[in-house]
Ligand binder design. Sequence first.
Ligand SMILES: Nc1ncnc2c1ncn2[C@@H]1O[C@H](COP(=O)(O)OP(=O)(O)OP(=O)(O)O)[C@@H](O)[C@H]1O
Length: 433
Amino acid sequence: MTHFSPREIVSELDRFIIGQNDAKRAVAIALRNRWRRQQLESPMREEVMPKNILMIGPTGVGKTEISRRLAKLAGAPFVKVEATKFTEVGYVGRDVEQIIRDLVEDAIRIVRDKKREAVRAKAHANAEERVLDALVGKNASPATRSSFRQKLRNNELDDKEIEVEVADSGGQQFDVPGMPGQIGMINLSDMMTKALGQERTKTRRITVSQSYEYLIDDESDKLLDDEELVAEALRAAQEDGIVFVDEIDKIAAGNQGMQGGVSREGVQRDLLPLVEGTTVATKHGQVKTDHILFIASGAFHVSKPSDLLPELQGRLPIRVELRALTKEDFRRILTETEASLIRQYVALMKTEGVSLEFTDDAIDKLADVAVKLNSEVENIGARRLQTVMERVLDDISFNAPDKDGETITIDADYVQSSVADIAQDTDLSRFIL
Ligand SMILES: Nc1ncnc2c1ncn2[C@@H]1O[C@H](COP(=O)(O)OP(=O)(O)OP(=O)(O)O)[C@@H](O)[C@H]1O
């Protein structure tokens, strides 16, 4: 849990997301409130419920991105679901509980990574022993072993192939029909393994340098206490979890009742207990959903937030509007964000020895084309930048390996010739951009 103040949280989010200050403020307060709650003593602590958020805004303007970055910043378990998924044929009411199960899986991933980090040094040492076993055999003399160890540490054996045995984490999960949830979640291969009383492993033939990745993970897992890991993950899901429910507007009334599957209002009714606070059984244990932060989101072009069930409206008390992005926003998204597409492409080309440069007017043109396509073809928000950039960089990406040592400058003319002409033709753009 982060100790950042709301102002610090907003400024962290500013590194990745342009504008949308109201939404950033709202999530910053929500996160800080969690920290505040955790400073409280019982019983007050149990009384304070999260103030869930409803984000209203067109597609591709940063709703998911803000939530995902917030979760990352807080090291919080995160899942995103589309509310409409539960209206599909074949879904039944209790399927919404899968959201919480997925949240627990994400929590396990986060806690495992953190714990692996803590035992990394020891795991690295154990991994080295296993690489040596694979190289010289378990019975080699101490002198041989030590000379190989030296070579290994000098990276002289990096490309040598060895055979290593690692735990096989693959395994199919089956939800037994009619028994969704805890009892139904059966990992068949786990059962077989347990029945046979043996650890499932597989042998892989890989280079020494690649083997470290597997062996360190494998050795770390042996050093981890599974029970402790699961307990911590359940706590994290329960106390720090963030659930992002997209397309909530599509299950609001105002959109007609049944459509092939479960009625929209039915889905709202199924979601309600999760948001109000219930206990969900997962294969790892029970999770109380009372303190999970829910962020619901939708464009609300057709329906309005007041078309949602009153109980659900009441559970989403914080409303924030995200605005459509302008050309200036697109410019800033391309140039100012930390992992901007421009930075990503420059970094990717650098791996091929190519220096990629964009002139100012090229960026202007890119933003221009994106705005034009959004207004003429379909408004997909900042996602448009991805399709446009991909097209502009297509040739360069393909030929980069032959251009080692060169500098390539992309200017407005280049953008014009690679996309703007297609953009003139709306029908063509629908397919290509
Ligand atoms: N304001 C912004 N600043 C920087 N990048 C943005 C912004 N808005 C969107 N993006 C980028 O556009 C992509 C899509 O954004 P995002 O997933 O947040 O859309 P959304 O608003 O949640 O839409 P939807 O409801 O359709 O999922 C992401 O890659 C994101 O990085």
